[in-house]
Design a protein around this ligand. Structure first.
Ligand SMILES: *Cc1c(COP(=O)(O)O)cnc(C)c1O
Length: 466
């Protein structure tokens, strides 16, 4: 019988001289390799384990390769939410990818007027396009829509009141709460009306010398139903203009095309909001627009000029990469008919249920093979969501697969299965509902990338529940 003190390990130097460690050094550097070997040996010493030299070297190499994996990597989004904030929202079209890649590799005329040889404005690369596509007098670009709202409030309502309906004091994804953003922007929130009903007279009672602006906020992730009343954008714009106050419409998602032309629910467009009389409209670049993360403020020229002069604009400005991507995406909107072919967001929205059902039928036997007999796999119809606060209650007819234990299994079986799919080289993210793992196939375009890794799926034994 082996006594604990009998365990044998090679020295650090011996391991470093192995072929495997030569390879590791070439790839990851001498210092990192030495550190990795030391760490492996230290662990083995603690465990009092005898391990041959080659195995120690292999473990060190594996640890180095593991640490070298990019932290941010691709995943397969089968959640059924197309614009998933946690999964990076919109996918960019090739035109944008190429524009970004060019801008990364070379100096550009970001803030330089090539013709005159003088300093230029970075936003000029897209201002003209936004004017052309929306009819706005002018536009200014910032980091995201939260920043757009912040810049507007800080410029037009600092130390003054911003008047908003109680029914529109939204919270989006934890950190974005309208009242908090207002406070940070230095504006005082003046709530009017009640949660379910707000009338024009509520606004009339609230305005006075302290008022900086009137704001309407798109209730992106909920709907107030039942005994409700809100003041329309048109009415509010007319009222604001009568009193010489700016009216700001925070659209959130902000689309430039009527989604109804592709059978989707109509969502108020930027043009609609400007047409209704908004002085400024704020919206995101990476929601329905299908571009990079950005915040766009479009509207009255004099107000936009004030925003551009605010020192905060410098802190919130867009970088050259996202400006390049946004320019490429906006150009696609010059030919709306081609959008479902060229803009990934619309391509995903317009995939038909028939196409997705066929995909589910093709995948079912492959999943059955990978999961084994312990699982019941069923193609089924689902409803996908747009996500990111656009049309929260609307779903697009979709299809997918459900996986549940064939027999009564232990409580954690479905969670374990979801974890096994997340552990694949391209993590597959589904959702769990009523004891089943669901895959909505709307966002699965590379079928082979999904099926090719299924043989690596490590599904544990199912334990019957007692
Ligand atoms: C999403 C959203 C925001 C925040 O936009 P980001 O681009 O995520 O910063 C602000 N307001 C509304 C109404 C929204 O829907």
């Amino acid at each position: 019988m082996e006594r604990p003190e009998d365990f044998r390990l090679p020295s650090v130097d011996q391991v470093l001289r192995s072929t495997v460690c030569e390879l590791a050094s070439a790839r990851h550097g001498r210092t990192a390799t030495t550190d990795a070997v030391r760490a492996v040996l230290a662990r083995l010493r603690d465990d009092r384990a005898s391990v041959p030299l080659d195995a120690v070297a292999q473990r060190a190499l594996a640890a180095l390769e593991d640490a070298d994996q990019p932290s941010q990597r691709p995943v397969i989004n089968l959640t059924g939410t197309v614009l998933h904030t946690n999964l990076g929202r919109a996918l960019l079209p090739d035109e944008a990818v190429q524009a970004v890649s060019r801008a990364m590799r070379q100096p550009t005329n970001l803030e330089y007027d090539v013709e005159s040889g003088r300093r230029g404005e970075r936003d000029d690369h897209v201002r003209g396009l936004i004017r052309e596509l929306t009819g706005a007098e002018d536009a200014v670009l910032v980091n995201n829509n939260a920043a757009a709202v912040m810049l507007v409030l800080n410029t037009l309502a600092k130390d003054r009141e911003a008047v908003v309906s109680r029914g529109e004091l939204i919270e989006i994804g934890g950190a974005f709460r309208m009242p908090d953003i207002m406070a940070r922007a230095g504006a005082r929130l003046r709530e009017v009306g009640t949660t379910n009903r707000t009338h024009l007279r509520d606004y009339a009672d609230a305005i006075g010398p302290e008022t900086g602006l009137l704001m309407k906020v798109h209730t992106s992730n909920y709907v107030v139903k039942g005994f409700t009343a809100e003041v329309s954008a048109t009415e509010l714009a007319g009222f604001a203009s009568q009193h010489g106050l700016p009216f700001v419409d925070d659209l959130g998602s902000g689309t430039l095309v009527d989604l109804a032309r592709w059978g989707l629910q109509h969502e108020r467009t930027v043009q609609d909001a400007l047409g209704a009389g908004a002085d400024l409209v704020t919206f995101s670049g990476d929601k329905l627009l299908g571009g990079p993360q950005a915040g766009i403020v479009a509207g009255r020229k004099d107000l936009v000029a004030r925003l551009a002069k605010n020192p905060l604009k410098r802190a919130l400005r867009l970088d050259k990469l996202r400006l390049a991507a946004l320019e490429a995406v906006l150009k696609l909107y010059r030919d709306p008919d081609s959008l479902p072919k060229r803009l990934p967001t619309l391509r995903l929205f317009t995939r038909t249920q028939i196409e997705l059902r066929a995909l589910a039928e093709r995948l079912e036997p492959k999943l059955a093979g990978a999961l084994g007999s312990g699982w019941a796999i069923k193609p089924l119809d689902l409803g996908s969501q747009i996500g990111s606060g656009a049309l929260p209650l609307e779903t697009m007819p979709s299809a997918g697969l459900s996986m549940r234990p064939a027999e009564r299994a232990s409580g954690r079986a479905v969670e374990d299965l979801a974890a096994a799919f997340r552990a694949l080289p391209l993590p597959v993210i589904g959702r769990i509902k009523e004891g089943a793992l669901l895959f909505d196939l709307r966002c699965l375009e590379d079928e082979a990338a999904f099926t090719n890794q299924l043989n690596g799926l490590r599904v544990g034994e199912l334990h019957a529940s007692s």
